[in-house]
Design a protein around this ligand. Structure first.
Ligand code: NDP
Length: 328
């Protein structure tokens, strides 16, 4: 094990809860595992915001490095699947929750959690996609597997956020007619630039509505939950489907059974954390194929480790546009 020092954002237990600060640490401060990675980029997701703010008990192994995803180069490996120099990406598996994660210049993780970067995708591009983009791809995969055909009207909620913006881009690239539901009318031009053809004001669906409403959506990707998801289900066409992955508005789902039993609507749950490796690898390959570098530039801003505490406030308040890569 190397004694070299490197920079990390460390979360530590305090009497009041937890503290977050940049520290200089060594590999001895990381959990033991078979692969050590030089982290080049991490990214900032909604769950990282919750973690840094001490909300929803995300960080469960204090002291630890938060950060639920990262991309970089294998530094040393006792796993037969990885060699020094391999370019890898990690999302999920509880990293950044109960295992030290990506907000550091180095990480030690189990080889079985890593995916080799698809050819042509840099570590910065992989983190411009990150957990949010992978989740968007899994949602799109779920709608396609269910049979929602290209050309159909598809709604994306929380559209200006990380999952939402990548979902808009992917669905648009695949030939769907994409409507973007947002609470930020100021992001209308941004949403149109990434492929939305129509903007739906969040207020349209924010309050409890009728159990069945006019049939508008062949499919939807929902990142927010709550009454918005209930209204989306009530407005989905006969035989349509909604992929639900998020809770940015609420963990509640105040719906009735009517969309399911009278309109054959399907609610498809999407999880990226424990998604089996073959499905992840397939999703990463599709992301590399579908998204061009310019697509990622459109939705990405770059920050450093020092910017993260402020960013946590912004993402919880719904003020962050698209994806944020974190330069370690
Ligand atoms: P972001 O904060 O980047 O995006 C969330 C978006 O939701 C915001 O940009 C905003 O979009 C909208 N929003 C925020 N607050 C509210 C509110 N009170 N009511 C309605 N809409 C709101 O987060 P991410 O994209 O990283 O994550 C989105 C959700 O997906 C989160 O809940 C996250 O936990 C979940 N997630 C789940 C995963 C899984 O494996 N199932 C993996 C990754 C994320 P706008 O301004 O356009 O309205």
């Amino acid at each position: 094990m190397s004694n070299e020092t490197f920079r990390a954002l460390m979360a530590r237990k305090t009497e009041a809860g937890q503290s977050i600060a940049i520290e200089t640490i060594t590999e001895a401060d990381l959990p033991e595992a078979d692969v050590t990675v030089d982290v080049e980029y991490s990214s900032f997701n909604y769950k990282d915001g919750l973690a840094l703010k001490g909300l929803s008990r995300i960080l469960r192994a204090l002291p630890m490095v938060p950060g639920i995803d990262f991309a970089g180069t294998v530094r040393s490996s006792a796993s037969p699947d990885f060699q020094p120099g391999d370019k890898v990406v990690l999302t999920g598996w509880g990293v950044g929750e109960n295992w030290s994660g990506g907000f550091a210049q180095r990480a030690r993780v189990k080889g079985e959690w890593l995916v080799k970067l698809p050819e042509g995708l840099s570590s910065r591009q992989a983190m411009a996609i990150g957990t949010a983009g992978l989740t968007a791809m899994l949602c799109v995969d779920a709608l396609e597997r269910y049979g929602i055909a290209a050309g159909g009207n598809v709604l994306v909620t929380g559209a200006a956020g990380g999952v939402g913006s990548v979902a808009v881009r992917l669905l648009s690239r695949l030939g769907y007619k994409v409507s973007a539901l947002t609470g930020r009318r100021s992001e209308e031009d941004f949403l149109k630039s990434i492929g939305a053809t129509d903007i739906v004001d969040r207020d349209t669906y924010a309050a409890a509505g009728k159990p069945l409403q006019g049939e508008r959506w062949h499919g939807a990707v929902d990142t927010v939950g709550g009454p918005i998801l209930a209204n989306v289900l009530a407005s989905t066409v006969y035989g349509g489907a909604v992929a639900a992955c998020g809770l940015a508005a609420s963990t509640d789902l105040p719906t009735t059974v009517f969309p399911f039993i009278l309109r054959n609507v399907a609610l498809l749950g999407v999880d990226s954390v424990n998604c089996p490796t073959p499905r992840r690898a397939h999703a990463w390959a599709r992301l590399a194929e579908l998204l061009e570098p310019g697509d990622l530039d459109l939705v990405t801003q770059e920050v450093g480790l020092d910017d993260l505490p402020k960013l946590a406030d912004d993402i919880i308040a719904g003020r962050v546009r698209g994806r944020t890569v974190v330069r370690t």
